[in-house]
Write a protein that binds this ligand. Structure first.
Ligand SMILES: C[S@@+](CC[C@H](N)C(=O)[O-])C[C@H]1O[C@@H](n2cnc3c(N)ncnc32)[C@H](O)[C@@H]1O
Length: 290
């Protein structure tokens, strides 16, 4: 996958969280100033005006549920792989946590360049952003070798972009790291094949499937993704691949009632309830090595 094009999706995630008024995202967006025009690539699709509402639901539930799982497991190091412009560093900017985000050089350097405005005086305490191409063995190996405390690793969206060989390399490295330091690996989006179509169906109603297919084909073109090379799209496939590589996988619900999601408040009660029901039956994964 190519860097600057893929980072458009990271910008869109931040824009959605900022538009919902999530404080740390508003701070990030006020410093980074991304243009809302990036969603214009979908403008010719029917009901394009409702797409931001759909994307916001997914960005928010993945962001907040991951934060909740990080808190539940409470490891001192949070290693956010392919972090994009996630403002998570501000949620976990406290004496008990060290947040490290890893992304391609253009994203990581962009964040490092603005670090003092993003994080304030606390920025001096750690290097929060590391550059690494996670598809390259040497870069992944160097990154993983430098980690030495019990950690919560996060991969959101990353797996769907990687080829099977690249996923194997990532699993080998993360297994070695978890064996050495302990902790867990959180995959919030373990059912990528379900999330977008189900939200589209609830929000857009009839025609949702065709709109979903158009959106995905535009996204695949933007990030130059070849889904036939990537394998692993469904929950069963992801779980089986992890278990056969020696991981212990715990399925947890993507949605819990303790999440107070602003994006759901923008919907009718009926639509919000349908989405919550879907999400209660959608899994995120907590992956460990025992
Ligand atoms: C969909 S975004 C996910 C953003 C983030 N996880 C979030 O929660 O907003 C995908 C991110 O993966 C990064 N990325 C793509 N290829 C990568 C690679 N080979 N190594 C490291 N990061 C990569 C992109 O730069 C982009 O920021």
């Amino acid at each position: 996958m190519k860097k600057s094009r893929v980072s458009n999706t990271a910008q869109a995630n931040l824009l959605m969280l900022a538009d919902l008024g999530i404080e740390e995202a508003v701070t990030f967006q006020s410093v980074l100033g991304f243009s809302t025009g990036i969603l214009g690539v979908f403008s010719h699709i029917p009901m394009a005006d409702l797409l931001p509402q759909c994307i916001a639901l997914i960005s928010e539930v993945l962001y907040e549920r991951t934060n909740q799982l990080i808190q539940e497991h409470d490891n001192p190091l949070i290693l956010d792989l392919a972090c994009g412009y996630s403002p998570r560093v501000l949620r976990f900017c406290d004496p008990d946590h060290i947040y490290i985000g890893v992304d391609l050089p253009d994203v990581a350097e962009h964040l490092r360049h603005h670090i003092h405005h993003l994080v304030g005086a606390k920025a001096f305490a750690h290097n929060h952003y590391f550059s690494a191409d996670l598809t390259k063995y040497e870069e992944l190996d160097e990154l993983i070798s430098s980690m030495n405390s019990s950690e919560t690793i996060i991969t959101q969206a990353l797996l769907t972009y990687l080829t099977l060989d690249q996923k194997q390399m990532l699993m080998d490295q993360l297994k070695a790291l978890l064996k050495r330091s302990g902790g867990c690996w959180i995959i919030p989006d373990a059912e990528p094949d379900r999330m977008l179509p189900e939200v589209f169906e609830a929000v857009l109603g009839s025609g949702a499937l065709s709109i979903y297919e158009q959106v995905i084909s535009i996204l695949d073109r933007i990030v130059k993704r070849d889904r036939t090379a990537n394998g692993w799209q469904s929950l069963d496939e992801i779980t089986e691949a992890l278990e056969s590589n020696g991981f212990t996988v715990t399925k947890v619900p993507l949605y819990t009632d303790s999440l107070q999601l602003r994006s759901l408040e923008r919907l009718s009660t009926e639509c919000a309830e349908q989405i919550k029901d879907n999400w209660r039956n959608t899994c995120s994964l907590v992956v460990e090595v025992k």
